[in-house]
Ligand binder design. Structure first.
Ligand code: IMP
Ligand code: MG
Length: 414
């Protein structure tokens, strides 16, 4: 009989965003990566924009997990919609920098074909005056086509069994001329050839050897297709437990929620704490709040505790990383939203507010500003400490990491 492994098992960690994405997950993944063997993506596609800055150099990954700069093993689970064109570009970029990516893509991943990109644009146009403002990377349509059983999996480009004709016919049905798949198929086979594997079993194998894996979430909880501000959401689940489904592994992981100390949202949709005017513009400039995938200016707002409490609970968050604290040093005021007002009554439950989320008005608590708080040398000024204390109290979780600049070094452990 096979002996059970004696190796001390380290726990996997799931990293998720608690807002509408762009919380700074990429930097946090990079920061904690030393303790882990591999970084695995479990959701989304090339709509993500994970930014890591090292020595002044900015690395942006849309599809690859954020573990590349640390030379970690990279895994892409079946829950991800993989665009082979983007994959090929990002691998070439790494090779150009002299980094070989140790990557495995699960054969069960949904592939984004030229069809889905055409669909993404066509559906946005169909919505007329109320587009979602998608990244147009074909991600939502890829999940839809998977549900319709019309999208190929990664393994399907290597067999003759898959019926690509049905997808073509479907496009004609949508009155869209189907784009040619010839070049796409050639490129997909080339880029996926050596990379396909069973990612679910690889994670299990690493764990069996006592090695832990980071499950890197994309987007944020409020963009989750079931729990977010539907229909202004992405095409996939984004909450922590989807890591288990998207990778084919156990749900037993540590969960680290990442939140930015103000809120941003790129694309359309409700945003109760949006700051309009000069202050919003200032925070956008200081915080470089422009979409990493599309370059669009991000909408900026105050922290929303109603939404954050909902997100923290949905993800089972016990630990939190707070990012971009340095940006608030440039704002002369500091507010957090503690409830919503609707028709003269106050609501502090996000679910209850959801049907009216476009109409609610924020109720703010004014806090001592972090203006000129000067985050330097790993020291947290008292105004920052009391701000963090409020977050811990409200979200019932510990803030264990504070990030106060883009560089890897500008991070404090608490
Ligand atoms: P899609 O994911 O491209 O379908 O876009 C749907 C919505 O999610 C749009 O509002 C996008 O701007 C937003 N979104 C998608 N990916 C990200 C991301 O990585 N960060 C922030 N917003 C995103
Ligand atoms: Mg981003």
């Amino acid at each position: 009989m096979r002996k059970l492994s004696k190796a001390k098992k380290k726990k996997n960690a799931t990293i998720v965003g608690l807002q509408w994405g762009d919380e700074g997950k990429g930097k946090i993944v990079d920061y904690i990566a030393d303790d882990f063997e591999a970084v695995a993506r479990f959701n989304g596609g090339s709509n993500a924009g994970h930014t890591i800055v090292i020595g002044g150099e900015r690395h942006i990954f849309h599809l690859l997990p954020s573990g590349a700069p640390k030379g970690k093993e990279l895994l892409i689970g079946p829950g991800v919609a993989v665009d082979p064109v983007v994959l090929s570009e990002e691998l070439a970029l790494l090779e150009g920098r002299g980094t070989h990516a140790d990557l495995r893509v699960d054969g069960r991943c949904t592939l984004v074909t030229p069809f889905e990109k055409v669909m993404d644009v066509a559906i946005e146009e169909m919505r007329g005056a109320r587009p979602l403002g998608t990244t147009r990377r074909g991600v939502g349509p890829a999940y839809a086509m998977r549900a319709l059983r019309l999208a190929p999996r990664a393994i399907d480009v290597f067999s003759n069994n898959f019926d690509f004709n049905s997808a073509r016919t479907f496009h004609r049905f949508l009155r869209e001329p189907p784009p040619s798949l010839r070049d796409w198929l050639r490129l997909s086979r080339k880029v996926l050839k050596e990379k396909l594997g069973d990612v679910a079993s690889r994670v299990a194998e690493l764990n069996e050897d006592g090695k832990a894996v980071i499950f890197e979430g994309s987007q944020g909880t409020l963009l989750d297709v079931f729990y977010g501000t539907y229909p202004y959401v992405t095409g996939a689940p984004t909450i922590a437990n989807y890591a288990a489904a998207g990778l084919g592994v156990s749900t037993n992981t540590d969960v680290l929620g990442v939140l930015k100390c103000y809120t941003t949202r790129v694309g359309a949709g409700p945003f109760p704490t949006e700051i309009r005017g000069r202050l919003g513009e200032k925070i956008r400039e200081v915080g470089s709040e422009y979409g990493a995938t599309t370059g669009r200016p991000r909408r900026v707002g105050w922290l929303d505790l109603v939404a954050l409490k909902y997100a923290a609970r949905l993800n089972g968050v016990k630990e939190i990383a707070v990012s971009k604290v340095d940006v608030l040093e440039h704002a002369e005021e500091l507010k957090v939203c503690i409830a919503y007002r609707l028709d003269g009554r106050e609501i502090d439950d996000f679910y209850e507010a959801l049907p009216f989320i476009e109409d609610v008005k924020p109720v703010y608590r004014e806090l001592k500003p972090l203006f000129h708080a000067e985050m330097t040398d790993g020291h947290l000024p008292s105004a920052v400490e009391s701000f963090i204390g409020l977050l811990e109290d409200q979200l019932k979780a510990r803030v264990t990491l504070v990030s106060y600049g883009e560089e890897r070094s500008r991070t404090i452990e608490r």
